[in-house]
Design a protein around this ligand. Structure first.
Ligand SMILES: Nc1ncnc2c1ncn2[C@@H]1O[C@H](COP(=O)(O)OP(=O)(O)OP(=O)(O)O)[C@@H](O)[C@H]1O
Length: 272
């Protein structure tokens, strides 16, 4: 479909009992773009994220990332290959400091104990470089003054920022964000948007799940719509958000967001 897709998935299926949570024939994420994955509650978006990043196993399906097959790979290996994700409910570790949380995002930690013992000076050098990188990222995300504070002391919005900053520790090529705007106050929301656009400016690809249509419209180059496990529409935001099938997918599932109202409001604003 696209000339240069960083992620290509085929025949990805996952059922829970009788529920076909994910039943995706084909998905491509274009390199260097920001793609939004939208759809009503229970559409299968988070399950799809979990499958692609190795946090859940599909009943069937294959996918490749940057030309390499990643299906069946453990999450830390997926991250090491450059595909990292954040979670809808952040996984910031409350009893670790903000800086320590950042260091958990460094790739290549599991199984390093032996080499660490053998090459201690090397490890120390790497550790110092990791700390420097972590502090640079914390500065960029305006969290540097909190480096020594416990993760638990951060607000919900700051945790979202920390999770995004931690994801960048692995120097990813693709960043997957699960509902980055949920529970974030307007001031932080603006800075989150800037950070997401910044990732693209730095050459990263972004795939995010979001219910906030304003954000979807504002930052995405491409929108993929899921409903009942399947992809029901995809394309440029303008076209997709006016698509009858998309509106039906939302309204049919009695989703809390009335897309028609949002679209009408946006059209009225644009007409002003
Ligand atoms: N571990 C699980 N066990 C049983 N059913 C599950 C499990 N995870 C997801 N489901 C079901 O799979 C379907 C898809 O859920 P999923 O969380 O992926 O949807 P979603 O699009 O991310 O929804 P939301 O926007 O509410 O986060 C739902 O019917 C959900 O109840």
């Amino acid at each position: 479909m696209t000339n240069d897709a960083i992620l290509v998935a085929d025949g990805v299926r996952r059922s829970f009992g009788g529920v076909h949570a994910v039943d995706v024939e084909h998905l491509e994420v274009p390199r260097g773009e920001i793609a939004a994955l939208i759809g009503p509650n229970g559409a299968g978006k988070t399950t799809m994220f979990n499958l692609l990043t190795g946090f859940d196993k599909p009943d069937s399906g294959t996918w490749s990332f940057d030309g390499m097959r990643l299906d069946g790979m453990a999450p830390f290996r997926v991250a090491r290959h450059g595909m990292v994700r954040t979670f809808q409910l952040t996984k910031v570790l409350g009893r670790l400091s903000v800086l320590e949380n950042m260091l958990t995002g460094v790739g290549g930690q599991p199984g390093e104990k032996l080499s660490r013992a053998l090459f201690s000076p090397l490890w120390k050098k790497k550790r110092a470089a990791d700390i420097e990188r972590a502090m640079d990222l914390l500065t960029r995300f305006k969290l540097a003054d909190k480096a020594g504070d416990y993760g638990a002391s951060l607000s919900g919005g700051q945790r979202k920022l920390l999770e995004m900053a931690r994801a960048l520790m692995a120097e990813p090529k693709l960043v997957m964000l699960d509902e980055p705007m949920a529970g974030v106050n307007p001031a932080l929301a603006e800075s989150l948007l800037e950070h997401i656009l910044g990732l693209k400016a730095e050459g990263m690809t972004v795939l995010f799940v979001e219910h906030d249509m304003q954000m979807v419209k504002f930052v995405s180059d491409r929108v993929v719509v899921m409903a009942q496990g399947k992809i029901v529409a995809e394309g440029e935001p303008e076209a997709v958000l006016h698509d009858e099938a998309v509106i039906d997918a939302y309204l049919g599932a009695h989703h809390e967001t009335n897309l028609r109202e949002i679209i009408d409001r946006q059209l009225a604003e644009e007409a002003k």
